[in-house]
Ligand binder design. Structure first.
Ligand SMILES: Nc1ncnc2c1ncn2[C@@H]1O[C@H](COP(=O)(O)OP(=O)(O)OP(=O)(O)O)[C@@H](O)[C@H]1O
Ligand SMILES: [Mg+2]
Length: 250
């Protein structure tokens, strides 16, 4: 069973960037096989990982809904979806990527969520690490698409408002029936440790700060990917240390 890392945080805090950095670090340390899951309907994790066109589960579900005749006779709809999803897993050098997207057509969203949960339950058996980039906010928790995680990485900026939002994510994860073994709070774009009294109910979750990295800004401006960062980029070395600590404590 793979080690699941799920990213959470309010909009624009750096979830996708950190997810891509984590994938790169696990790959370069040779820790095992990796599935990167882009679970944000406005997906951009695959771009951050340097992949171009992508099949999405949303499109697959739309296609099956509008062309049910494509389901081979003798195969159940669920089995057909499962089969199609396997083929939507994109293979890159050192990791695989699965993009959820979102179905455009009408239909019950809970059905889609069920499909996704079942697919994930199967896929996590095939990889050593699963890194899930989520949409901003609390939806993925309240809809329970984040149901289990070995580590819920909460990304925040250093502001009072940001830390409050991070605290709400923690509280909701506590309230709901989600199985999260460990939480790690990362303060992004902050070049020193944050004072413990500023992070309130998240004190024991604090894993470290990730400084602003001009190299990340550069690659974003140029439309390049996290894989184009130099090996000694500040963000990579800082996050590497934070991850080491997280894995040690797990
Ligand atoms: N440590 C950093 N240093 C410099 N730039 C950063 C850093 N972290 C993130 N960024 C930049 O900030 C912007 C937002 O980051 P990102 O897209 O990762 O956030 P997000 O939380 O995934 O956003 P959304 O909620 O829209 O999905 C991007 O342009 C990214 O390149
Ligand atoms: Mg994002």
């Amino acid at each position: 069973m793979g080690y699941i890392i799920a990213l959470a945080g309010k909009g624009g805090t750096g979830k996708t960037t950190v997810a891509a950095l984590i994938v790169r670090i696990i790959k370069e340390k040779g820790l095992g096989s990796i599935l990167a899951v882009d679970a944000d309907p406005n997906s951009n994790l695959s771009e951050a990982l340097g992949m171009e066109s992508k099949e999405t589960i949303g499109r697959i579900l739309d296609d099956i809904a509008t062309h049910p005749q494509k389901i081979p006779s003798g195969m159940t709809k669920d089995r057909f979806i499962e089969y199609q999803v396997q083929s939507a897993v994109a293979e890159a050098d050192g990791f695989d990527v699965l993009t959820m997207g979102k179905p455009e057509g009408p239909g019950c969203y809970c059905y889609v969520n069920n499909v996704l949960r079942n697919i994930m339950a199967k896929l996590i058996k095939d990889y050593d690490y699963i890194v899930i980039d989520n949409e901003a906010g609390l939806e993925h928790l309240s809809r329970r698409t984040t149901r289990t995680a070995d580590c819920l990485v909460i990304i925040s900026d250093a502001t009072v408002v940001g830390i409050k939002a991070a605290g709400r994510i923690k509280d909701l994860a506590d309230e709901l029936d989600v199985k999260i073994k460990k939480r790690a709070l990362i303060i992004n774009r902050w070049d020193k440790d944050i004072e413990k009294e500023r992070i309130k109910n998240l004190k024991s979750d604090y894993a470290g700060s990730l400084p602003y990295d001009n190299e990340i800004e550069r690659i974003s401006l140029d439309g390049n990917s996290i894989l184009d960062l130099k090996n000694d980029a500040l963000s990579l070395t800082s996050l590497s240390k934070i991850l080491e600590k997280i894995f040690q404590e797990s």
